[in-house]
Design a binder for this molecule. Structure first.
Ligand code: GTP
Ligand code: MG
Length: 316
């Protein structure tokens, strides 16, 4: 990876400012909105624009032909969920360079899938992993290290190693959560992180920005941070998984599912793939792709047991 100092107009003083603000790589400099870099570094507008122009040239973040775009997408990888049927409807697993959203009611398995992925992401490529480490932002205090030990052991991995490769942060409120997301631009490249989890993306926002008058503020902030996550996934070829709750939909009085994902259009548009989870009968759970640029709307059944996420024994 090239040093920041190789950018036009960046000497050691500016490089230090950028690094201190969390922009440690050329990719991070290239993909961050200029106003944000200005705010964090106190550098002037023209300086930032010049640095970014040079950064974008270096990572070729300019118009590309569809062929070049295709070549870049080939570096995209997929991470297994541990469940064949679920992998299948995901097109082979959770994608890097994309944001995958797990939506579901209480107990539907969102956190469990995230914990499972935190272990499978560490596996070698030929075992369906991403050969990387994991950053897990836990907003609800439901990340259980014991569960990591249990799943890793059942997969024949050293649980201590597996747990040692997962960086967990408990986010106490939405601004803390935002701060932690900003930190990822430094943490990810430094630690070969290939999976980022935010569980849940929205609960603090929903809890803190109450009432119609605060809705647009909330949505703006949410949008900003979802886009940061997208940039992170593209800059470092990593997978981002966020969870989301459902809220009851009064319109369902006229038919349809009584629940709909929280976060409105902002969540819907920012997330590349949306997976809706629900509880079926006899411990079987159902995952459904509900919004994806190219994955068909299919369903898969899975179960949660001591091994983690597994194929449902009896397909209903
Ligand atoms: P909320 O965060 O409350 O919205 O729910 P969630 O969608 O994150 O649910 P979560 O992933 O926490 O799923 C919880 C369910 O997983 C529990 O109701 C259990 O049925 C199941 N589960 C969790 N741990 C285990 C385990 O160790 N063994 C088995 N068999 N099931 C487990
Ligand atoms: Mg949960």
């Amino acid at each position: 990876m090239e040093d920041l100092e190789s950018l036009d107009g960046v000497g050691s003083a500016i490089a230090t400012k950028l690094r201190t603000a969390g922009y440690t790589t050329i990719e991070a400099v290239a993909v961050t909105p200029p106003l944000e870099i200005m705010e964090k570094t106190n550098l002037g507008f023209n300086t930032v624009l010049k640095i970014q122009e040079s950064a974008r040239k270096m990572i070729s973040a300019d118009f590309k032909t569809a062929q070049e775009y295709y070549e870049r997408r080939k570096s995209m990888r997929r991470c297994t969920t541990g469940c064949k049927k679920l992998d299948e409807i995901l097109g082979g697993g959770i994608e890097t360079q994309a944001l995958t959203e797990l939506i579901g009611e209480y107990g539907s398995g969102k956190t469990q899938i995230c914990m499972m992925l935190s272990i499978t992401a560490q596996l070698p490529y030929d075992k369906g992993g991403l050969e990387g480490r994991v950053a897990f932002i836990d907003t609800e205090g439901t990340f259980m290290p014991e569960r990591v030990y249990q799943i890793a052991s059942s997969m024949g991995l050293d649980p201590k190693d597996a747990a040692g490769n997962i960086f967990v942060a408990r986010a106490y409120n939405s601004s803390h959560q935002c701060l932690l997301i900003d930190r990822l631009f430094m943490l990810c490249p430094e630690n070969n992180i290939k999976l980022v989890v935010v569980d849940s993306m929205i609960s603090h926002f929903r809890g803190e920005y109450i009432g119609r008058e605060n809705l647009s503020d909330r949505q703006q902030k949410l949008n900003q941070y979802l886009h940061k996550l997208i940039r992170l996934s593209e800059a470092y070829n990593l997978a981002v998984v966020v969870t989301n709750q459902v809220q009851s939909n009064p319109a369902s009085f006229f038919g349809g599912d009584p629940n709909r994902p929280a976060g409105g259009n902002i969540m819907a548009h920012a997330c590349t793939h949306r997976v809706y989870l629900r509880k079926g009968s006899k411990g079987v759970r159902v995952a459904r792709i509900i919004d994806s640029p190219y994955l068909p709307e299919r369903e898969a059944y899975f179960m949660i047991n001591e091994k983690g996420i597994v194929d449902a024994e009896v397909d209903k």
